[in-house]
Design a protein around this ligand. Structure first.
Ligand SMILES: Nc1ncnc2c1ncn2[C@@H]1O[C@H](COP(=O)(O)OP(=O)(O)OP(=O)(O)O)[C@@H](O)[C@H]1O
Ligand SMILES: [Mg+2]
Length: 312
């Protein structure tokens, strides 16, 4: 069967917060989004752009001012799907005096779980997030990374098909962040759908299948990571280092653009052939060729471009 199942669908989802004295604050502006089952969807955007608001609307934690949506085929906010999703809030709060197994037992009981099934699940999850050997520690003695690991385990206690993570790696050191990313990829391999919010573009680019970019509550770009990052199809990029002034000038004549970075020089070409010919010149005339290939942009470049246009 080749039907594409949607895990999330929203149409013109809008949230306007009331902030007292009749004043309002825009949270989210007409968000229309499709998230396919089994993918990692990343919502990125600057601070205050509406990421957490979108996530809370999808979880039914706040009500939309207007617009509609479905999660796992059920209307937004309905209690039937709330039992079947997982959620890691931003900076999760836990009871300080509990250990990880005690904490997970408590969350498990909220889902009607108990007995040996729950104990087995707790061990599996604590192993997954590398906290099993540290299971006797109390939350009050946790590092930030340990809190986040247990937060991930908590979000998975009910074996959800769809998991929401709000800034899952913020404030973690590089190894902690990498471990969390690996857990997220493992979850996708097991067929789960992941909805992530983050402003860490460098992390989101290799992790996500699909990305939506929010600015001031509006979705200003979305697509598969491939679609978003592909530049102009015919443009090629060559990066070099160790060029003599003479060689650099010679290459610049062939190129349509030159960008000088610290000790590398990047040339842009129209078409593959002129790029490859120039690469030949670099190697035969004593320069060092670093890369040559299609001019794929980074998520950061795309982000700055579209957010810049939006806020201009
Ligand atoms: N409970 C609330 N009451 C009033 N305004 C709110 C509330 N929650 C969020 N907002 C406002 O809505 C807008 C979007 O906030 P939101 O928290 O969704 O952004 P975000 O993209 O998650 O930001 P961050 O990257 O800082 O987490 C902001 O202007 C924020 O001040
Ligand atoms: Mg947020």
């Amino acid at each position: 069967m080749a039907t594409i199942a949607l895990s999330i669908r929203t149409e013109n989802l809008t949230k306007i917060y009331k902030v007292g004295w009749g004043r309002t604050q825009l949270g989210l502006d007409n968000l229309s989004l499709d998230v396919t089952e089994g993918q990692i969807f990343g919502l990125v955007g600057p601070n205050g752009s509406g990421k957490t608001t979108a996530l809370k609307l999808l979880l039914g934690l706040v009500f939309p001012t207007s617009g509609t949506g479905e999660v796992m085929g059920l209307p937004l906010g309905s209690s039937e799907y709330k039992q079947r999703v997982g959620y890691l809030p931003e900076g999760p709060y836990f009871y300080e005096h509990l250990t990880a197994p005690e904490l997970l037992r408590m969350y498990g009981s909220l889902f009607g779980m108990g007995g040996p099934t729950l104990e087995k699940r707790i061990q599996e999850l604590l192993e997954l997030v590398d906290m099993w050997t540290r299971r006797h520690y109390r939350v009050q003695n946790y590092s930030r990374g340990m809190r986040q690991r247990v937060g991930v385990a908590q979000a998975l206690i009910n074996d959800p098909d769809l998991v929401f993570f709000d800034e899952p790696t913020s404030g973690l050191d590089p190894i902690g962040a990498k471990d969390i990313r690996e857990v997220i990829l493992k979850l996708r391999d097991r067929g789960k759908t992941i909805f992530l919010c983050s402003h860490l573009l460098k992390e989101m680019e290799p992790l996500c299948d699909h990305i939506g970019i929010l600015a001031r509550g509006k979705l200003i770009a979305q697509g598969s990571v491939m679609e978003l990052l592909e530049g102009d199809e015919k443009r090629y990029r060559m990066e070099t280092t160790g060029l003599s002034d003479e060689l650099e000038a010679k290459l610049a004549q062939r190129a349509t653009g030159v960008v000088k970075l610290d000790d590398t020089v990047r040339f842009l070409f129209d078409g593959q052939q002129s790029a490859f010919e120039a690469a030949g010149v670099v190697t035969s005339e004593g320069g060092t060729l670093l890369t040559v290939g299609p001019d794929r942009r980074t998520l950061e470049e795309v982000f700055i471009e579209v957010v810049g246009e939006e806020t201009a």
